[in-house]
Design a protein around this ligand. Structure first.
Ligand code: TYM
Length: 379
C-alpha cells in the first residue's frame, strides 16, 4: 500500500484488508468523512422498529452515510433494499456475524429484500488461496449466512464468479467512470498491485444498483457493514448519480476486538477469533486465554478494580450476550473491584458455547436449503 493511503494515525490503521491497532472511532469518522449516528436518528429508527436493537442501543453501530435520507424515503413509502456481503477467505467468526445480526433485524422490521454478495474473486485476487480452496469456503460461509435466519423469500445470495453475467454490464458502466488515480488514492494500489485487484472494486459496487435494475425504478439501498468497507462505498457514491442511480446509504459498525491483543478479531490469526465451526473445547480454551482489562493479581483487582474499556471479554459479553442493564452492572462491579476476570470468562464461555452449538445445528439444517437462497440463474 502506498504511503498516502495509510491513514496517518500513528497508532492504528483501517483498510478493507487490514485493521491494526486500537481504533479511535471518533477520529475515523473525521478521516473517512462519515457521520456519527445521532440520538435523533436512533429515535427515528425506534419509531419504525419499536425497541432499538442492542447493537444500536450500545452504539456498536456508530457511523453512517445517508441513513437519515433512507429513513425519510421509507417514511414516504419508498422501501429500501439491504445489501451486505462476505469475502470468503476462510471460516466465519463472531465478528462477521455482527453486521449480519443487524441486517436480519432490519430485514424483519422494514420487510426489506436483501442482496448478499460473496466476493470469491476478491479473496482469490487479494490472497494466497487457490480457486478450489476459496470455493470450499464459499459453501461453508453460505451455511453461516443461512443460519442467521434471513427470510428465504426476500434474500438472494450472489457469488461473483457464478453470477458474473448479472453483474458484468453494470460493472463496466462503473469501471469506465473510475480513474486509476482515484482507485490509487482510495485503495492505496501501487505499480506492483496485480491488475485483477485494481479492476475488482466495481464488482463490489454493482449490488448497490441491482435493486433499481430489478425493480425497474430508482430504489434506495442500505448497506450494514463494519467501517472497513467504507472505501468501496466512497467510490460507489462518487459515480452513482452519473449513471442514474441513488447513492447507496450505509450504517457502519465498530470491530469486535481480537481475543488476545488490541486489534480486530481476524480469521488470519485463528487464536484471536471464535469461529462458528469451532468445537466447544476450543472455544473454552480461547476464552480462558483471552486478554482482559484485569489487574495482575486478585488482591490488586479487588483493591483497584479492572478496566472494561480495554477488555475483550467484556466487549464480547456486551455486544453479544448481556442486556444493556446487565452490561452496565458488570461494568460497575468490575471497576469497583467486585468482579474477577475468571467470573466474566466463565459467563462468556457458557454463553458462547451455548450460542455456537445452537448455531451449528442451524448450519446443518441450512445444507438442505442452499439452492433456495441463490440469486436467479436465468438471464
Ligand atoms: P469480510 O468477509 O472481510 O467481512 C464480512 C463482514 O464482516 C465485517 N467484519 C467485522 N465486523 C465486526 N467485527 C469484526 N472483527 C469484523 N471483521 C469483519 C466486515 O465489515 C463485513 O461487513 N469485501 C467484503 C465482502 C463484501 C461486502 C459487501 C461486505 C462484498 N460486498 C457489502 C459488506 C457489504 C469482505 O471481504 O468482507
Amino acid at each position: 500500500m502506498n504511503e498516502s493511503f495509510k491513514e496517518n494515525f500513528d497508532d492504528f490503521e483501517v483498510t478493507p484488508w487490514k485493521v491494526e491497532g486500537s481504533v479511535d472511532y471518533a477520529r475515523l469518522i473525521k478521516k473517512f468523512g462519515t457521520q456519527e449516528i445521532t440520538n435523533e436518528i436512533l429515535e427515528k429508527i425506534e419509531s419504525f422498529t419499536g425497541e432499538l436493537h442492542p447493537l444500536l442501543k450500545h452504539k456498536f453501530f456508530f457511523s453512517h452515510r445517508d441513513l437519515d435520507w433512507i429513513l425519510n424515503k421509507y417514511d414516504n413509502n419508498e422501501k429500501f433494499y439491504l445489501y451486505t456481503g462476505r469475502g470468503p477467505s476462510g471460516m466465519v467468526h463472531l465478528g462477521h456475524l455482527m453486521p449480519w445480526f443487524l441486517t436480519k433485524h432490519l430485514q424483519d422490521k422494514f420487510d426489506s429484500n436483501l442482496l448478499f454478495q460473496i466476493t470469491d474473486d476478491e479473496k482469490f485476487l487479494f490472497g494466497n488461496q487457490t480457486l478450489d480452496e476459496i470455493k470450499k469456503n464459499v459453501y461453508e460461509n453460505i451455511l453461516d449466512i443461512i443460519a442467521i435466519g434471513f427470510k428465504k423469500s426476500k434474500t438472494k445470495i450472489i457469488i461473483n464468479s457464478r453470477h458474473i453475467k448479472h453483474l458484468y454490464s453494470t460493472s463496466l458502466e462503473i469501471a469506465k467512470r473510475i480513474t486509476f488515480s482515484t482507485a490509487k488514492s482510495v485503495f492505496g494500489f501501487t505499480n506492483s498491485t496485480n491488475i485483477g485487484m485494481i479492476g475488482f472494486p466495481p464488482l463490489q459496487a454493482v449490488p448497490c444498483f441491482l435493486p433499481s435494475i430489478i425493480e425497474g425504478k430508482p430504489t434506495p439501498v442500505l448497506i450494514p457493514a463494519a467501517i472497513d468497507q467504507d472505501p468501496y462505498w466512497r467510490l460507489t457514491r462518487d459515480i452513482a448519480e452519473k449513471i442514474g442511480f441513488y447513492k447507496p446509504a450505509q450504517i457502519h459498525s465498530k470491530f469486535l476486538p481480537s481475543l488476545q491483543t488490541i486489534g480486530k478479531m481476524s480469521s488470519s490469526s485463528p487464536e484471536t477469533a471464535i469461529f462458528t465451526t469451532d468445537e466447544t473445547k476450543i472455544v473454552e480454551e480461547k476464552i480462558s486465554n483471552a486478554f482482559t482489562g484485569g489487574q495482575p493479581t486478585i488482591s490488586l483487582q479487588k483493591k483497584l478494580g479492572g478496566n472494561p474499556s480495554v477488555c475483550s471479554v467484556f466487549s464480547y459479553l456486551k455486544y453479544l450476550f448481556d442486556t444493556p442493564a446487565e452490561s452496565n452492572e458488570r461494568e460497575l462491579k468490575c471497576r469497583s473491584g467486585n468482579l474477577l476476570c475468571g467470573e466474566c470468562k466463565h459467563d462468556l464461555s457458557d454463553d458462547s458455547t451455548a450460542f455456537i452449538s445452537m448455531f451449528q445445528k442451524r448450519r446443518e439444517k441450512a445444507k438442505d436449503i442452499v439452492s433456495d437462497f441463490m440469486y436467479s440463474e436465468e438471464s
